[in-house]
Unconditional design. Sequence first.
Length: 104
Amino acid sequence: MTHDAAGTTPDRSAWAYIGVGCVTTIAGFFGGGMIGVFVGWIVGHARGCVPQADSFPICDFFPYWMAGMVLGAILIPAVAITRLRQSDQRRAPTDMRRDHSGAS
């Protein structure tokens, strides 16, 4: 059985990744929305689009904003959890071979 630095057994189940998934989903949602708006701003300038006076400062704000939010909320957690699982799998075989109890 493996132990971490505090002497407890680490949880290798899917529940260990719930917190990472929740935090990165929120970060991906807002971060992706901002990136989507920036892409919309660049596309609007490239097309020469002039936004309406009583609207947002870019043309087609909502499609870019929504697409960025959805992509960010899916991609960021997927990448974070995949990388976390890969590092856990790389570390697990060497930890299992060691005796962390201090006894020889």
